[in-house]
Design a protein around this ligand. Structure first.
Ligand SMILES: [Zn+2]
Length: 532
């Protein structure tokens, strides 16, 4: 059976850039455009040249795409002007875009109220503008704004608008669910009616996620005949976002019911780059990736329940709908209070410890994890503390140092200038190799003072912790067992780019922090001094 080709159009840099708090630089745009090109997408929409200086600058350069068409976005000509005399279109024609996507109105209500021009005039503006794009030697696309609402209100007029674009030479007429309120059945029915006027191999779909159906609506449109689909990386976009192109690609490549009917420009190998590209966007946006994002999230293939884990170890298919490697993700086994032996064995194997299931040390470790989790510890997010716990149980962690005592004071007083200040000071007594070391440090809080004091003098190990730094510090008050306790999670990093998480629990926040901090230092020494 020959497969129908679907064309993938990414609008992260245009529609996705409408998201609150997102502001791409030219360098960001170049990086993202190249990544999208590398994974085999057909179109990369870079922005709106002429609308803002960044986009104008971006379209003045060649982003160096090898396959994808470089698309500029703009509006159909204004009423009362000719296409050749329209400043908006002129900016598009001056850009280095190889394709131009023009948005236009197809909802009579918008034409009457928002544009305030005769309906016929709007149809002519669409046709003129598309003809001008074709005449410039570029591929023309038409984004039919509010198409689904427009079609419901006045199907004849909505069809007249898009037929005008199609006849004027638009390669793709893209039906936009601009308000994002449509449901899959509506989309499938309407696209099914539209294909009788504009053939499916000239029809596209652009959806928003206001009903959490953007991906489903896109698939519904394909089912009804559309052969071009638009989306953004990780579904970023105005309000609730756009269709997530990461999920769309994964579905189209990995789900047999789709991959047997349709082909895309994305190969199986390129599909395995999805996790990397999804995380690249988060890195550029400086935000933590959504752990629960389908396919590429850190938890997408995480297994926690003991029963699940033993089944996954026998055959991952029992609890995984696709193999994690297919999208470049990895399987993760969480150690938790629900931990069965399988979780522990799996986790031990990951850190290079091979034990048999019937080894009594495994049972002991499992009991200890369960008991500590009852007290409020969590090892799901604190892999380094888990590794220390496991290796200690096996006698594999040398006692690099011992903290004999510490004292932390917090003093609130008026300074010499009469200003009210709060000063924290920590004193620690540490033994390293039989030598007792005293350190005193001030900090901008008790935990910071304690951290400074602990790391001030570690004797012969000092050089190993010089590049250690705290990246994040999270405090949670929980009721566990019989009393309220504080759990502190510390994220640390070193000069070699390694990151690790440690945990401490105590009724006292300073003591909980102390545990997490000393675990972090011990882990760092183990990384450096114990060859793996
Ligand atoms: Zn949109």
């Amino acid at each position: 059976m020959t497969k129908d080709r679907l064309y993938l159009f990414d609008t992260t840099l245009r529609d996705g850039a409408q998201t609150q708090g997102i502001d791409f630089s030219v360098e960001d745009k170049t990086l993202i455009a190249r990544a999208l090109d590398e994974i085999g997408l057909d179109y990369v929409e870079g922005g709106w040249p002429g609308a803002n200086p960044t986009d104008t600058a971006f379209f003045a350069t060649d982003p160096g795409l090898s396959n994808a068409r470089f698309v500029a976005f703009g509006m159909t000509r204004r009423s009362g002007r000719s296409a050749s005399n329209d400043p908006g279109l002129a900016a598009l024609f001056q850009s280095r875009a190889t394709a131009i996507c023009l948005v236009g109105k197809t909802w009579d209500y918008h034409v009457d109220v928002a544009l305030g021009v005769p309906r016929e005039e709007n149809v002519e503006a669409i046709a003129d503008s598309i003809r001008a794009v074709v005449a410039s030697g570029r591929e023309a696309l038409f984004d039919a704004e509010h198409f689904f609402d427009g079609y419901k209100a006045n199907p004849a007029y909505a069809l007249e608008c898009i037929t005008a674009a199609y006849k004027a030479g638009a390669r793709w007429v893209v039906l936009c669910d601009t308000n994002g309120g449509s449901l899959p059945d509506d989309v499938e029915r309407i696209v099914g009616e539209v294909v009788r006027h504009v053939p499916g191999n000239r029809l596209g779909i652009h959806t928003h996620n206001d009903t959490d159906n953007a991906v489903a609506n896109t698939l519904a449109a394909i089912k009804a005949g559309a052969r071009h689909l638009q989306g953004t990386l990780n579904g970023i976009g105005e309000r609730c976002g756009n269709a997530n192109i990461v999920s769309l690609v994964a579905n189209l490549v990995l789900k047999p019911e789709l991959s047997e009917r349709y082909e895309t420009g994305v190969s199986v190998a390129q599909c395995a780059e999805l996790t990397r590209v999804a995380h690249l966007l988060d890195e550029i946006l400086n935000r933590a990736p959504n752990r629960h994002q389908p396919y590429v999230g850190a938890n997408a293939f995480a297994h926690k329940g003991g029963l699940h884990v033993s089944a996954v170890m026998k055959d991952p298919k029992t609890y995984e709908h696709v193999p994690p490697e297919a999208v470049g993700n990895r399987r993760k086994i969480l150690v938790s209070d629900q931990a069965g032996k399988s979780n522990i064995l799996w986790r031990l194997e990951e850190i290079g410890i091979n034990l048999q299931g019937n080894d009594p040390r495994v049972t002991r470790l499992l009991d200890e994890v369960k008991e500590r989790e009852f007290l409020g510890y969590t090892y799901d997010g604190a892999e380094a503390s888990f590794e220390l716990l496991a290796r200690r149980a096996l006698g594999q962690v040398p006692e690099f140092f011992t903290v004999d005592s510490f004292r932390v004071t917090v003093e609130r007083r008026h300074n010499a200038l009469g200003k009210l200040t709060t000063v924290s000071e920590a004193t620690v007594k540490i033994t390293v190799d039989g030598n007792t070391l005293f350190s005193v440090a001030e900090g901008n809080g008790p935990v910071n003072a304690l951290d400074q004091a602990l790391r001030k003098d570690l004797g012969k190990y000092q050089k190993n912790i010089d590049d250690l730094r705290l990246v994040d510090f999270k405090v949670r008050i929980l009721t566990s067992g019989t009393e309220a306790v504080t759990r502190v999670l510390v994220e640390s990093a070193d000069g070699k780019g390694r990151r690790w998480f440690t945990v401490g629990v105590s009724p006292n926040i300073v003591d909980a922090s102390f545990q997490a901090l000393t675990d972090s230092i011990t882990y760092k020494l183990m990384l450096d001094l114990r060859p793996r």
